[in-house]
Design a protein around this ligand. Structure first.
Ligand code: 8GP
Length: 829
């Protein structure tokens, strides 16, 4: 039989052409073949979109080759693997990123141009994969890129939402949400695995049965849904390694309800089956509020159950003893959303694999690690016990058991301090009895990570103080990072070329620390000239986009000042808008002479508000109302413009960030866990105007406070300012601009009233009033620096030079070495 199998393998091998070739001629043939046979259009007539489809299928073929090789190699080598569990991945587009990471961008560009197409134009045809909300989700995407590039044996697991994050459209200055049915035009980047399916169960009851004289709990579920795998290859840069992001879709289970069919209710039973699909239908668009909805809980468990079945199956293929699990598997909980995994693994080990509880618990705690992305306790996820008990009755029992044992252990350590015990309990008693997912995650993980140094400090001192005192060694931080592949190489090709030329190497694309080499060029005037040109090219690109989107023509000589991120009160877009009103007011009151000294600005704001977040939506409307006034004031001209960029997403970010001169990060100190936008701007030579919050503190350590514009209350001052309440002093200018809004200077007087109330003295939780003075000073400092181009360019160069520490490669390496204990596993060429 072995001989036969070998003969078959040899014959297969002889039939293969070898690996796909990447010369432009082969690529052209390849694209044309896909036009004809995959897209089913004539190779003599196809448009840009069809070219995109064919091109991406051709790239996909190459991805699959490497992905197979990586998979086979890892399977053979059997290293410890990491499974990164996240309910959100904000991948954006894949085409450019893939060809760059595969190292065949030039060849494809040439092939396309020979066929009469332009790579950039074709790449624009791709829609964004927006399976996430904001910071957390884009971070997951950056980290996948780093895991692949650094050759780690890792998989990502997530959900394949059919509706990604809503599209924001603006009508009359108001946000409207449109569903993002992103799969409408097909998705060449995924591979449907019709044979990789698992049953996921819900509802039902738990029965006690006796086996071999012992009592066992058996879950008898009431509903079964099928999870189907969709694999998304993620290529590393400068390596053959291509890892997998496996996303689950819900399908009706093949086990059908015989009774319903037999009673003749055929139509209804089909309709009921179809309801299964709703589980993975839509991404929850709220990036902070957890509303305890059943569908959300179903999504979470669906995801957890399918992923763990898959992971355990793979483990069992190669190992037969669960004692080895912690040496072979690391499971990372990206925030609390996947934390039902802890209960699920206990259920599998105890109920299905019949391990004794303590042994199973010991294994679970060694396998899990956890990162939280939230600062404040109110932001933490809770699940009502009633909901959980009805959907997952056995899991609720397990959670109670975990908690009972934890409480017993805790009592031994801290005595009968009931206040503390109740704060640390996984079960929250109260009006609505709930499970605290963060407490569960901390208790069940061997490492708890913050996303910046300041974030960890806050967790230690406030949010998780009790836990920190119990297990100080569990608490760590890994400052976030972003991938320079997407945020320089893909999005800013001119800067990429410039850096490589002057550093004399492309090695910084895999090792961002080498960017410090730019420090040696900070006084080089030839370098300055080229640096300036790069910014200009990117500003032109952005200006064109602005004009197409909003009809506003902007001057390239103006400072492009950008604030793009989710709209949140704590991120203080309102502070920015009030600052713009102040600027406008000042210019209006200037004489001709003074006006000549004004530094022209183009203020750009973009971001989505959660659909139910009224105040955030009012901020969007205010921004439009102010823009309308300013942009139509001929007396102001190019001195000041305000544009709101609709539907901010990853691909819009790729265009906006490289074109920015200044970017704003205004969160009230202590509220932004890390912030990652700042890192992307910094990598693109944009200066930051920021509060001392999140990772900005570490950015200052790296580039020095002289190279950015810092303002606002420090984190240790915030509590005191809040205590002052209505006795707080705020600058006159603040009262004045607020008055203008209240008086209807920008129209919609009544509509903006409640928005103004949120920042009125005594009510101003996010401290816009107290920070306004220093905010204006920082803005003035930015103006002053901008009119000294040499100085500005130096600051810009030093920002990029210091951005290496904020590469997600550094973050991932840190996690790999200190938390996951995994080693690179590099697939041979
Ligand atoms: C964000 C944090 O707000 C941000 O400071 C941080 O940089 C980023 O995570 C990555 O760590 N948090 C979220 O995006 C978040 O909590 N989203 C939940 C709804 C998913």
């Amino acid at each position: 039989a072995i001989g036969e199998r070998r003969a078959k393998a040899e014959r297969m091998f002889s039939l293969m052409d070898g690996f796909l070739k990447n010369d432009p001629l082969t690529l052209q043939k390849d694209i044309l073949n896909h036009v004809e046979y995959t897209v089913a259009r004539s190779r003599f007539s196809f448009d840009d979109f069809e070219a995109y489809q064919a091109l991406s299928h051709s790239v996909r073929d190459r991805l699959i080759e490497r992905w197979h090789d990586t998979h086979v190699y890892v399977k053979r080598t059997k290293p410890k693997r990491l499974y990164f569990l996240s309910l959100e991945f904000l991948m954006g587009r894949s085409l450019s990123n893939s060809v760059i990471n595969l190292g065949i961008q030039d060849q494809y560009a040439e092939a396309l141009s020979q066929l009469g197409f332009e790579f950039e134009v074709v790449a624009e045809q791709e829609g964004d994969a927006a399976l996430g909300n904001g910071g957390l989700a884009r971070l997951s995407a950056c980290q996948m890129d780093s895991l692949a590039t650094l050759d780690y044996p890792a998989w990502g697991y997530g959900l394949r939402y059919e509706y990604g994050l809503f599209r924001q459209i603006i009508v009359d200055g108001f946000q409207h949400e449109q569903p993002d049915y992103w799969l409408n035009y097909g998705n060449p980047w995924e591979i449907e695995r019709i044979h990789v399916t698992y049953e996921v169960k819900f509802y039902g009851t738990v029965e006690e049965v006796e086996m071999n004289g012992e009592k066992h709990q058996v879950w008898v579920p009431g509903e079964t849904v099928e999870a189907v795998a969709y694999d998304n290859p993620i290529p590393g840069y400068g390596t053959r390694n291509t890892i997998n992001l496996r996303l689950w879709a819900a399908k009706p289970s093949n086990k059908f309800d015989l009774e319903a069919y037999n009673t003749g209710d055929y139509i209804n039973s089909v309709v009921n089956r179809q309801r299964a699909e709703t589980i993975s239908n839509v991404l929850y668009p709220d990036d902070r509020n957890h509303q305890g909805k059943e569908l959300r809980l179903k999504q979470q468990y669906f995801f957890v159950s399918a992923s763990l079945q898959d992971i355990i199956r793979r483990f069992k293929e190669a190992h037969n003893n669960f004692d080895e699990l912690p040496d072979k598997v690391a499971l990372h909980l990206n925030d609390t959303h996947p934390s039902l995994s802890i209960a699920e693994i206990m259920r599998i080990l105890v109920d299905e694999e019949h391990l004794v509880w303590n042994k199973a618990w010991d294994i679970a705690c060694k396998v899990f690690s956890f990162t939280t992305h939230t600062v404040v306790a109110e932001g933490l996820e809770k699940i009502p016990v009633d909901l959980l008990g009805s959907l997952l009755p056995r899991h609720l029992q397990i959670l109670y058991e975990i908690n009972f044992k934890f409480m017993e252990e805790l009592k031994k350590k801290i005595g009968l301090d009931y206040n503390r015990l109740s704060r640390m309990s996984i079960v929250e008693e109260g009006a609505v009895k709930s499970i605290r997912m963060a407490n569960l995650s901390i208790v069940g993980s061997h490492a708890v990570n913050g996303v910046s140094k300041l974030h960890l400090d806050t967790l230690k001192m406030n949010t998780f103080k009790d836990f920190y005192e119990l297990w100080p060694e569990k608490f760590q931080y890994k400052t976030n990072g972003v991938t320079q592949r997407r945020w320089i190489v893909v999005s800013n090709p001119s800067l990429c070329a410039l850096i490589s030329k002057w550093l004399g190497t492309e090695a910084w694309i895999r090792n961002a620390d080498l960017l410090t080499g730019l420090r040696d060029l900070v006084d080089n005037t030839d370098f300055h000239q080229e640096w300036k040109m790069v910014k200009k090219v990117n500003k032109m690109r952005l200006a064109e986009y602005i004009e197409t989107m909003s009809g506003v023509k902007v001057s390239l000589d103006a400072m492009f000042d950008v604030q793009v991120k989710r709209i949140h009160e704590y991120k203080r877009q309102l502070l920015n808008i009030l600052g713009i009103i102040h600027r406008y007011d000042c210019i209006k009151n200037m004489d001709k002479n003074d006006r000549r000294k004004v530094v022209p600005r183009v203020c750009i704001i973009g971001g989505k508000a959660a659909p139910g977040y009224e105040i955030a939506k009012k901020i969007i409307k205010l921004s439009h109302a102010v823009a309308e006034k300013i942009n139509n004031d001929t007396d102001i001209g190019d001195l000041l413009k305000l544009v709101f960029i609709p539907d901010y997403n990853v691909s819009v970010a790729e265009l906006v960030i490289p074109g920015a001169d200044l970017s704003q990060h205004l969160s009230t100190a202590g509220h932004e866990a890390s912030g990652t936008g700042s890192m992307k701007f910094m990598m693109n030579g944009c200066l930051l105007l920021a509060t001392a919050d999140g990772s900005t503190i570490e950015i200052i350590e790296e580039i020095g406070s002289d190279n950015l514009f810092l303002f606002g209350a420090k984190v240790q001052e915030v509590a005191e300012l809040r205590e002052k309440g209505s006795t707080l002093k705020v600058p006159l200018q603040f009262a004045r601009v607020l008055r203008m809004v209240r008086d209807g200077y920008f129209g919609h007087k009544d509509y903006f009233e409640s928005l103004c109330d949120t920042v009125e003295i005594g009510n101003d939780f996010y401290l816009l009033g107290p920070d306004f003075g220093s905010y204006l000073e920082a803005q003035a400092a930015a103006d002053k620096a901008f009119v000294e181009p040499e100085k500005w360019i130096k600051m810009s160069i030093l920002s990029v030079a210091g951005s290496g520490r904020f590469s997600s490669d550094r973050t991932i390496q840190d996690y790999a070495e200190r938390t996951w204990k995994i080693d690179p596993c590099r697939c041979p060429l």
